[in-house]
Each structure stands twice: as C-alpha cells, then as structure tokens.
Design a protein around this ligand. Structure first.
Ligand SMILES: Cc1cc2nc3c(=O)[nH]c(=O)nc-3n(C[C@H](O)[C@H](O)[C@H](O)COP(=O)(O)OP(=O)(O)OC[C@H]3O[C@@H](n4cnc5c(N)ncnc54)[C@H](O)[C@@H]3O)c2cc1C
Length: 496
C-alpha cells in the first residue's frame, strides 16, 4: 500500500471482517485508525461464543472456501495463514441428502470426476470442462473484476476484460449454464448449490459465478482448527500489530457533518473528531446515522433491492456422539425451487424447507466436551418475517426429525444439553441488519459491480462504506476484499 501524504485519523464503524481488513490496510499505509464495535468482541456475523458446559459455537460462517484470498490478506502483512491457525482439508467436503439417495463430495477432484461419471455417462469429462472455464473466471474474476471500486463501468474497459468478456458468461444465467453440462438432476443441484451463498435463485445469478464452484469444490473445503473465529482472531492480531486501536462495546449513534465533510462521530453519548470515516456496519443502518439529505439512497431504493436471505439458526450441544453424520451435511430432500420461492416470491416461512447442518466436533475436539457433539443448524428464510419462539421451535422439531432419520438416531432431542436460536429479529438487533438479512444483498446481475450500493458517499467527501452490502458482495473472501478496496480509495484521497 502506498503511504499517504499525511497521517489521517480514521474511524471504522464495526469490527466485522470488512472492518478488520480495512483497518489493517489503512494503518499499514500510515494512518491512525480506531475501530468502534458495538459488541464486546470482533467478528460481526462471524463471532463465536462459549457455553458454561464446554461448547464453542461459531455464530456464522462455516464454509472456508477460496483459501487463497485469506492467504493473500496475511501475506500482504508479511505472514502466512499458518502463523495464525491450522487449516484442515475436509474429506468428504460435504454430504448432500436427497429423498432417494445421498452424495458425498470427495476432496480429490479425480474422485469427484468418477462420482459424476457414475451418475451420468460423460459427466466426468464435462466436469473437467466446467472447472476449466470456472478456473478462468476465478482467475479473471478474483484477481481483476472483484478488486475494482466500481465507481463506473469505465473501470471495466480494458483489453484484458474485453478479450475475456464472452468467456466470463456475464449474461447467461447460472441454471441454464449448468444445464448445458449436466442432465442428471442431482448433479445439477449439486453444481447449483454454491451460488445459493450469493443470495438468489440460480435462475437469477450470472453464470460468471461458476467461479464459486472452482473456489469451493476444486480448491477444496477447509476448516480452521479452533473454529472459523480463528480467522477473526488472526485478522485482529494483524491489525493490532499494524497499530490499530480497537474500542469494544462502543455503539456509533450519529455521524456528524460540517459542510460536505464528516467532522465527528457520536459514540456512547460522546463526540470524537476524525478526518475520515469508513462504515462497515450494514449500509442502510449507516445511512440512518446521517441526516436525510446526506444519504446516498432513499428508503424506496432499499425496498426495491433483492436482499440475500435471513435464516433460522440453532446452536445445539448434545451429550452424545452422532454416528453417520459428516462435518457439513445439506438436507436437500425437498424441492429447491419451492424453498427459493418462499424466500423471494411469497416471502413466507417455507412449507417444505431445505436446511444445513454443520457438526465441527467431527473434526475438532476443542469445540465440544468429550463424548459430545456440536451442531449448527441453518435454514434460509425471507427477510422481514415474524420469528416467534413457537415458530422457531416448530422448525427445529422438523429439522431434528430429518436429522434422526438420516443418522438412524431416534432420541436426539433428549440429548440436547445446550440450545440457542438466532433468527430474523436477532440479525436486526445484533447487526442493525435491514429486514434481518444474514448475507447482505444478492449478487443478481442488476446488483453486481457498478450496480451495487456505492463505496463512497456522494455528498460527504470523507465517508466510505465497506462490507457485504457493497462491492464485491457477500461472503468472507469478498468482505476481506471489500475492506482492501475501500482502504485503497482512502489512501489515494489526499488530505481527507
Ligand atoms: C449465518 C451465516 C453463515 C454464513 N456462512 C458463510 C460461509 O460459510 N462462508 C462464507 O464465506 N461466508 C458466510 N457468511 C457470510 C459472511 O459471514 C459475511 O459476508 C461477512 O462476515 C460479512 O462481514 P461484514 O464486515 O460485511 O459485516 P458484519 O460481520 O455484519 O460486520 C459489521 C459490524 O458492524 C457492527 N455494527 C453495526 N452497527 C454498528 C454501530 N452503530 N456501531 C458500532 N458497530 C456497529 C456489527 O456489530 C458488526 O460487528 C455467513 C453469514 C451468516 C450470517
């Protein structure tokens, strides 16, 4: 990072992944950086908590994909990921349960090709071709496309991007693209699964995002020993070593401006002056900290966005081991499109939901007492739903029945010794999330790149936004990149 002309005092709102990333890069460039976080710990949606009876739960992310992006972060500061935590490659990467069969996705690509071939003649070779194209998109996409601040389409006018425009498949949709390679319905679902992370139906996601299949299935699915939170602790250490000062239990209540600049922040009732501010808090919430005429977007704008889903999560501690369960299991016995319609179409609780179970204690003895199991159940939901206790419990019962059926255990509910749920209203309360979204804005074509909420405030010169609601989008790796993009912008801004 280039050094700025003079040392600015910069405030960052929020110590989530994007805030940690922005803080580390801005301090590396010579600025004085202070991070204000409303919670008592860093991580935001990727926080962790421990229970009195010995369980350790990661609250959000569990799929460690695109490891090169995390590696790049640490190497930008002269370190290796392994300086901070041990990464384990999972085998199988995950298991997918259908109504009539189950598929284990192996760690080895050769074995994955054999699996595809066993289900559809010629599909092994097709997978090879699919991944070649996905690798190209990953290389161009992650090294070039997603690193842009996206002020204007002109940033994308380069001979390299022009040459590769067609190969990037920006204009075809992901579902029809997958359909060109595979006919077997289970293989199609398997290939469609990664883009569900991007918060929309595969019908509405550009085929460019087959780069996710490469970043996941081909590069592998990893787990940081000690939990995903080890990444947060590593990033915090990097930031602190650069000289970042963290202030926890500090709620930013107002962004005060003078003429066309931020002057100060009102934090827990006290005013603090800064030369510039980067808000990694949820975009809509950040704008409510400004006067109406200073905001980039109106309420109407937000109403018209397609948000990525919210979700119902259960953190469960069980006082027995569960045989026949993998680290990651996807319960896809019901129709994917019906569940997607409940999220984006009818915006109601799904009748026949799909859900996901993470059981990190299968890999990591540190996250549950001996002889016990740590379970994280997640069911995607429309934003804005009522989430009373009774409704949550009804869905927990359904998920447990399916889990019992899959594992052949009839009494899982009797062995629950810790239970906590987290749903729409908790996302609003804890993260100031619009409608209780879990994953920010969906990466539909109309909400990609320049069409995402802007990283710079149009009226206030020294106010920037970062995180999963702006470029490049939702997910741990994109949030790291988002922090770096915004830091570069501020470093280039002389005398904030
Ligand atoms: C349940 C779940 C599962 C996920 N699974 C995966 C996965 O497996 N793999 C993956 O790659 N991604 C996953 N993601 C997505 C990933 O976790 C997010 O994209 C990423 O963590 C977002 O980081 P962020 O910095 O943009 O926002 P946040 O993490 O929300 O950080 C914003 C911070 O700002 C703070 N804040 C808000 N308002 C204020 C205020 N007024 N004052 C002070 N502080 C404030 C918040 O407390 C928070 O700490 C998952 C997300 C969720 C919710």
């Amino acid at each position: 990072m280039p050094k700025p002309n003079h040392k600015n005092k910069i405030a960052i709102i929020g110590a989530g992944i994007s805030g940690l990333s922005a803080a580390a890069y801005l301090t590396q460039a010579g600025n004085e950086v202070h991070v204000f976080e409303k919670h008592h710990q860093p991580g935001g949606r990727a926080r962790q908590f421990k229970t009195d009876n010995g369980f350790t739960f990661d609250m959000g992310p569990s799929w460690y994909w695109m490891p090169d992006i995390m590696d790049n972060f640490f190497s930008d500061f002269g370190h290796k990921t392994s300086d901070y935590f041990e990464l384990v490659s999972l085998n199988p990467q995950f298991e997918m349960i259908f109504s009539d069969m189950k598929i284990d996705v192996p760690e080895s690509f050769e074995e994955m090709k054999s699996l595809f071939e066993s289900l559809e003649k010629g599909a092994g070779q097709k997978l090879e071709e699919f991944m070649k194209s996905a690798e190209f998109k990953y290389e161009v996409g992650m090294k070039d496309f997603v690193q842009k601040p996206c002020h204007s389409w002109l940033e994308f006018v380069s001979p390299k991007i022009a040459q590769s425009a067609l190969k990037l498949d920006l204009l075809s949709n992901f579902r029809s693209y997958v359909g060109k390679y595979f006919k077997h319905p289970k293989l199609r679902t398997l290939m469609e699964f990664p883009v569900i992370f991007l918060g929309a139906s595969p019908k509405n996601i550009p085929a460019l995002y087959s780069l996710m299949n490469f970043g996941g299935y081909k590069k592998g699915t990893f787990y940081p020993m000690g939990g995903f939170y080890q990444l947060i602790l590593g990033m915090q250490k990097v930031a602190e070593n650069q000289g970042v000062t963290f202030h926890f239990n500090q709620n930013v209540e107002k962004i005060n401006t003078e003429k066309d600049k931020v002057k100060s922040l009102l934090i827990n009732g006290e005013t603090h002056n800064f030369d510039a501010v980067v808000a990694s808090s949820d975009y809509h919430h950040t704008e409510t900290l400004l006067n109406q005429n200073e905001r980039n977007y109106t309420e109407d704008y937000w109403k018209k966005r397609t948000f990525a889903p919210s979700c119902l999560i259960y953190y469960l501690g069980l006082n027995k081991r569960i045989p026949n369960l993998k680290h990651h299991t996807l319960f896809f016995e019901n129709d994917l499109d019906e569940h997607i319609d409940a999220i984006y179409g009818e915006k109601k609780w799904p009748e026949n939901p799909l859900f996901y179970v993470c059981c990190p204690s299968k890999t990591d003895p540190q996250v549950a007492p001996e002889g016990s199991e740590n379970l994280f159940l997640l069911m995607p939901l429309a934003i804005g739903l009522n989430d009373e206790e009774e409704t949550r419990e009804k869905y927990l019962k359904d998920m447990l029945i399916r889990l019992e059926k899959h594992t052949g255990q009839a009494d899982l509910a009797d062995h629950i010794v810790y239970k906590r749920s987290f749903c729409v209203s908790d996302f609003i309360k804890d993260y100031n999330a619009y409608g209780g979204n879990a994953y920010g804005l969906a990466n539909t074509l109309k909400q990609t790149a320049v069409l995402k909420p802007k990283i710079k405030n149009k009226k206030i010169k020294n106010l920037y936004y970062t995180g999963q609601l702006t470029v490049p989008g939702p997910g741990v790796p994109p949030s790291i990149i988002s922090g770096k993009i915004v830091a570069k912008e501020l470093i280039n801004l002389k005398n904030a």
